[in-house]
Design a protein around this ligand. Structure first.
Ligand code: DGL
Length: 270
């Protein structure tokens, strides 16, 4: 980003793959005048099983790329990357508003009636210091049941949102949580909102499901407003980059936006 960012500059958003599109969806709804540049690191997914150092390096490469495209702010639309990379990215680019994500443990602890919250997140997120701090600060008075959802990100990345295979996987994760008295489920990975309807079908109507994407969009709005960087009219097209071709990205863009308002491109980073 140049020293003088402008309101008409795009917002950069990234994830290890298509998961961050659940955040894009919330941002487009709240801030339709913002132009977005998305990067899904589909060639190197999953991040959930990689070391914090590796993830930090990938996140820095992507942030640099997005800033080179002229982005005025960065949204790390990935819980797994936010944990090790956020402090590093903010130190590297102190002048850039950088918004991160974390499992919604605090809202989950506030919402539960039974005192039991289920957290669905990647292994990387659940093992991170950032998550441990969240637990100490906001969840010491509730019981938290965690699941690293092994294989779930990979199935979602393939575009399986309601297949027998993904249903079987979710049936091995969600009902055991409910049997322990969980009444609130936190979607602690940006891929999981893609299967929220299926989780709802399995869990039933009484369970509260928390997707933090709308809160991230509101946080972006606050930061842009504070800095007079909110766009009033979209200029140019949204661009969706992926480091490896993925049909889901194109399907998503087509579903959310009108033809001609976006382009999908492939770009490798190393
Ligand atoms: N979407 C990412 C998150 O929010 C994780 C996916 C992965 O493991 O790469 O945690």
């Amino acid at each position: 980003m140049s020293a003088a960012a402008h309101a008409s500059d795009p917002v950069g958003i990234f994830d290890s793959g298509i998961g961050g599109l659940s955040v894009v969806d919330a941002i487009v709804r709240l801030l339709p005048e913002e132009r977005l540049i998305y990067f899904g690191d589909t060639a190197r997914i999953p991040y959930g099983t990689k070391s914090p150092d590796t993830i930090r390096e990938y996140a820095a490469q992507i942030t640099r790329f997005l800033l080179e495209q002229g982005c005025k702010a960065i949204v790390v639309a990935c819980n797994t990357a936010s944990a090790p990379a956020l402090p590093y990215l903010r130190a590297q680019w102190p002048e850039v508003p950088i918004i991160g994500m974390e499992p919604a443990v605090k809202p989950g602890a506030q919402a539960t009636q039974t005192g039991k919250v289920g957290v669905l997140a990647t292994r990387g997120t659940l093992q991170s210091e950032r998550y441990a701090t969240l637990m100490t600060r906001f969840a010491s008075h509730v019981q938290v049941v965690e699941n690293p959802c092994i294989g779930l990100v990979e199935l979602i990345e393939q575009g399986q949102f309601d297949s027998p295979e993904i249903e079987a996987l979710l049936r091995s994760i969600v009902p055991p949580m409910l049997q322990q008295g969980v009444d609130t489920l936190v979607l602690g990975c940006t891929h999981y909102p893609f299967v929220e309807p299926l989780i709802r079908r399995i869990a039933g109507d009484q369970v509260t499901i928390i997707n933090p994407a709308p809160a991230v969009a509101r946080q972006l709005e606050r930061l842009l407003r504070e800095r007079n960087l909110l766009s009033s009219a979209i200029q140019g097209k949204h661009v969706f980059y992926a480091s490896k071709p993925t049909p889901v990205l194109e399907t998503f863009a087509r579903g959310l936006l009108s033809d001609g308002t976006y382009s999908v491109q492939y770009h490798t980073l190393s």
